[in-house]
Structure formats: C-alpha cells, structure tokens
Write a protein that binds this ligand. Structure first.
Ligand SMILES: Nc1nc2c(c(=O)[nH]1)N[C@H]1C(S)=C(S)[C@@H](COP(=O)(O)O)O[C@H]1N2
Ligand SMILES: [Mo]
Length: 353
C-alpha cells in the first residue's frame, strides 16, 4: 500500500513537471510487462497493474497494403506542397534538429475484428508538426491535407485535424528507429484515429482545396476513422482468445485449473477520452461486474484491465466485456464494421467437471 501511494505521488510529481514520458529513457521500456500482465499466476493480483503496457516491436501488428518500400535516408525528403504560402522541404536531419517528445499511444487497425490482435501500444518519439505548418503558412482555401507515402499510399484529413499540437512526425518506436515495416524513416501520428490515418514512409503533406478520399476510404472504410469506445478481452487464464476461436476450455484442477480462479485480462481504448468503467459478464450479459483498471498517462493510450473470476460450478459460460468512456458506451452489436469493429466479443468458456 505504502509503495502504491509513493508511486501515485511520484506520478503526480512527474505529470506536474511536464509528463512522464519525457523522464523515461526510451531504451528502458520494460518489455517484460507485456508478459507479466497476462501471466496465469493469480498472485499477480497482489501487485498493482502497470502504468504502461508496451507491445514489443516484434509482436506489433503490421498492416501495409503493399510491400514495404526501402527508403534511402540520404534521399528521403518530407515536402510541404499545395496551398501553402512557402513550400518547404525537410531532410531527416531537420526532423532530428526540431524539439523531440516521447509519448505512449495505442494504434489499432479499423479492420481489427472485435477482439482481434491488430492493436498495439508503443512509446513513440517524434516532433510536433504544428511549427512546420505555421512556417509554411496554410492558405484559407485549403480544406484538407493529402498525406503521401513512399509506397503510394494516401489518406486525407481535414485541415483542423492536423493543425493541432499533438500531431507528431514520428521516427522512433519503443526507443529504436522505426523498422522498415513500421514506416522507416518517418510516419505521422494523428491521435484518436485508427491506423489508416497514420501513414508510414511519409513523403509529402499537400494542402488541397477539395476533399478527397484515401486508399482505404475509397473502399468504404470510414473517412473520419475515429476510434470507437471498446474493450477487448485478450487473455483468459493465459490463453489468447483469438488463437482459440473465442473458445476457452479449462480443466477443473492442475496448473490452469478453473478451481483456483480464472484470470481475465484485456485492454480498452476510446477516441481521445479516458474510460469511465469497464465491466465484465460471465453469464451472457445478464449481470455485470466492474473490473480493475489502470489509469493510463493519456487518453490515447490503452487502459489495462483484469478480473479474477471465481466460478463454483462446471459448465458452459459466455464471457463479455464492455467499456464506457465519457461520451460513449460500447454497443452490443456492430452497426457498421467499416466504422471500426466495436461490438462486444462473446467468448465461450467451458469449465470441465
Ligand atoms: N504508407 C502506408 N501507411 C500506412 C499503411 C499503408 O499501407 N501504407 N497502412 C495503414 C494502416 S491500415 C494501419 S492499421 C497502420 C498500421 O501500422 P503498423 O503496420 O505500424 O502497425 O498503418 C497505416 N499506414
Ligand atoms: Mo488499418
């Protein structure tokens, strides 16, 4: 308890002094935490949930519509074109010379199926885009920015969505330069949007006068791509639910026996706002219980949650998790999966006699 209080006091102090991330050495991210949280050992419940759960780069999903381009750093440029007063060309050295910031942010693909694994959390390093936009002078005629990439990928965003201090030009992930598949040398991050609005291998930011749709948007995926409020159950008694077809079968006794209690752990994310609650149901949605959750450093970082379920009877159960953010409650059924799959996953759990 004493350590918990100290940790909270330290956290407040760090936040007051300008944020946690800046005080962390990027190389020191504890990748062990990923495995720790989802350890089967229910003794873990004696310890507080970690503040951050970082997905190691090697386990972070990759979503690219074509094969990843190989970018030569010496040749690479970032151009500011279109409806700007003073077009600008940046080299990688210019990016590094600008002020740098570290921040935690969870990225998810809009096509991630409910409960799927196309989601990850990383500590990103980059520089704000805003000073460069001020430097080039975006003209009033501009309505959107068209973002271009070295693989010819493109997507658009309204001007107002890029003229924000939290939009970053990012070149490091978990303390290391971006790998080729994650967008080396530079990607843009626009918080609160699904992955499709975060082009990798960024080469050009063009201010345009008429709205345009990007690569995925032309195929019917949401053009706003705002992250919906949703909880994702990741592990039940150490088993990844997506590996098991949303079905978990547990013996009564033994190392993972259900009689000793069942650890359920997951994450939750919403668009730019913290979670109000996360609840779990083990009876097909008839009754709900609040789960334990952490307090992430920013509303763009996933909330971690866990629950120790202690059933007394064998049988078939349906497990559901639901999240509520400040403005939105997770819906039971997906209205339109192309707006982001935010429905509630029903996991069937069989407890053997
Ligand atoms: N240039 C480029 N950027 C891209 C994509 C792409 O195909 N090309 N895919 C987007 C999609 S759909 C997602 S979900 C994220 C995934 O980022 P990741 O591969 O680093 O996880 O990148 C986005 N940025
Ligand atoms: Mo995506």
């Amino acid at each position: 308890m004493e350590t918990l209080k100290r940790r909270q006091a330290l956290k407040r102090l760090l936040q007051a002094s300008g944020g946690m991330a800046a005080t962390l050495l990027p190389g020191c991210v504890n990748h062990q935490q990923w495995h720790l949280l989802f350890a089967v050992d229910s003794m873990q419940f004696d310890q507080p949930l970690p503040d951050h759960l970082v997905t190691p780069v090697g386990e972070f999903y990759v979503q690219s519509y074509a094969s990843p381009p190989e970018v030569d750093l010496d040749q690479w440029q970032l151009q500011f074109t279109g409806l700007v007063d003073k077009p600008l060309v940046l080299t990688f050295a210019d990016i590094l010379a600008a002020p740098q910031a570290d921040f935690y942010l969870t990225m998810e693909c809009i096509g991630n199926r409910t409960g799927g694994q196309q989601i990850g959390n990383a500590l990103w390093t980059g520089t704000p885009l805003l000073p460069f936009l001020k430097q080039v002078g975006v003209q009033d005629k501009a309505v959107e920015f068209l973002l271009h990439a070295a693989d010819s990928y493109e997507t658009t965003l309204p001007v107002a969505d890029l003229i924000r201090p939290d939009v970053k030009l990012v070149h490091r992930m978990n303390g290391e330069p971006l790998t080729r598949s994650h967008g080396f040398p530079l990607r843009i991050i626009i918080p609160g949007r699904y992955g499709q609005k975060q082009p990798k291998w960024l080469t050009e930011i063009e201010a345009i006068a008429t709205p345009k749709q990007g690569y995925w948007e032309r195929q019917g995926w949401s053009n706003t791509a705002k992250i919906a409020t949703h909880a994702i159950t990741q592990k039940v008694q150490g088993e990844r639910v997506w590996d098991k077809n949303d079905h978990v079968d547990l013996l009564r006794t033994g190392e993972r026996g259900w009689q000793q209690g069942i650890t359920i752990a997951g994450v939750a994310i919403a668009q730019a706002q913290p979670m109000e609650w996360i609840k779990i149901s083990t009876d097909s949605g008839q009754t709900w219980t609040d789960v334990e959750m952490n307090q992430p450093s920013s509303p763009h970082e996933w909330t971690l949650w866990r629950y120790l379920w202690q059933p007394t009877q064998p049988g078939s159960y349906k497990l559901l998790a639901q999240a509520r953010s400040q403005t939105e409650t997770q819906k039971t059924v997906d209205k339109n999966a192309k707006d982001g799959s935010a429905g509630i996953l029903k996991i069937s759990v069989n407890l053997q006699a």
